[in-house]
Design a protein around this ligand. Structure first.
Ligand SMILES: [Zn+2]
Length: 258
C-alpha cells in the first residue's frame, strides 16, 4: 500500500466500531479524502485531538482500496480562538458543511482548500459578525462551484438592474418580464447586501451589518439559492440564521451603494 503526505482541514469525523473514526479531510492536493484513524477513541491514542473537525493538519496516510488510513497527524493550526465562541463555531461548521457538500473525493481543488483556509483564518480574527463571514464564504464557494447568483443584471435576459424579483432556479435576480411563478419579490437593500458580501474580502465581511429586516430577507435568498444549487439541505443554516452581530458592531450599510 503506497504512503502519501498531505495537509488538510478536517471536515468531520464519524465513529467506526469500538475505537476508530472515519475522518473526512479537505486536502490541498488530493481533494476530499476519507480515512480511518485507528484507535483514535482510546485515551492512549497518539492522535489525541489532532483529527477533530476544524483542525488544519499535516498527514501521512496509506492509500487503501476504499478508505485510506491515517498513520501520522501533526497540527498545523487548531483555530483555537474559533472553538471558544458559539457564533464562531456555528460559522465554522457552516463552512465545513458547505465544503463537504461540494468537494469531490480525490479530486484536487486547491482553490477550494485555500478558500476554506482563509475562511477559518477570518473567523480566528473574531469578527463582530461571524455569520456574515460564513455567508460571504458560502457565496464565494458558490462562485467557485459555478453557481454564482446574478445580483445585479437579470439572470435570464441580462438587462442591467436593479430588479425586484429573485428566483433560485433562474439563477438570481430577474426582471419583471423574465420572472417566472417561482420568483419572489425582493428589496434592493437585501440584494445589495448579498452583492457586497459576495465581492468583499472574507476579512471585511463581518464588519458591516445591515438592519435586521434586510438581513433576514438576504438570508432567505442566499440559503434558498444555496440549497437549490447544491441540491442538499444545509443543516447548519438554521443555527446560522439565529446568529446576529453583537449590537456594538452594527453599522448600517442598507443605504450604501454596494
Ligand atoms: Zn430579464
Amino acid at each position: 500500500m503506497p504512503l502519501y503526505k498531505e495537509q488538510g482541514i478536517v471536515l468531520r469525523a464519524v465513529k467506526l466500531g469500538e475505537a476508530d473514526k472515519i475522518v473526512s479531510i479537505l486536502t490541498q492536493g488530493s481533494g476530499k479524502i476519507r480515512a480511518v484513524a485507528k484507535g483514535i477513541r482510546k485515551t492512549t491514542s497518539r492522535f489525541g485531538a489532532r483529527l477533530e473537525p476544524m483542525t488544519h493538519v499535516s498527514l501521512l496516510l496509506y492509500r487503501g482500496r476504499n478508505l485510506d488510513t491515517v498513520t501520522q497527524a501533526e497540527i498545523v493550526g487548531s483555530f483555537r480562538a474559533v472553538r471558544g465562541d458559539f457564533a464562531l463555531i456555528t460559522a465554522g461548521e457552516t463552512m465545513l458543511e458547505a465544503v463537504d457538500k461540494v468537494a469531490e473525493e480525490h479530486e484536487r481543488n486547491v482553490r477550494l482548500f485555500l478558500l476554506l483556509l482563509s475562511g477559518m483564518r477570518a473567523l480566528e480574527r473574531r469578527p463582530d459578525d461571524a455569520a456574515a463571514v460564513a455567508e460571504s464564504f458560502v457565496l464565494k464557494l458558490l462562485s467557485l462551484s459555478g453557481f454564482h447568483p446574478s445580483l445585479s443584471a437579470c439572470a435570464a435576459c441580462g438587462t442591467p438592474g436593479p430588479h425586484g424579483w429573485f428566483a433560485a432556479g433562474q439563477g438570481g435576480v430577474v426582471c419583471g418580464t423574465c420572472a417566472t411563478n417561482e420568483a419572489g419579490r425582493v428589496s434592493e437593500p437585501a440584494v445589495r447586501w448579498l452583492d457586497l458580501i459576495a465581492r468583499i474580502e472574507l476579512d471585511g465581511a463581518g464588519d458591516a451589518t445591515p438592519p435586521d429586516a434586510v438581513r433576514r430577507e438576504a438570508r432567505a435568498m442566499l440559503y434558498g439559492f444555496t440549497e437549490y444549487h447544491l441540491d442538499r439541505r444545509m443543516k447548519s443554516f438554521s443555527l446560522l440564521a439565529r446568529q446576529a452581530a453583537s449590537p456594538a458592531s452594527v453599522r448600517l450599510v442598507g443605504t450604501a451603494r454596494g
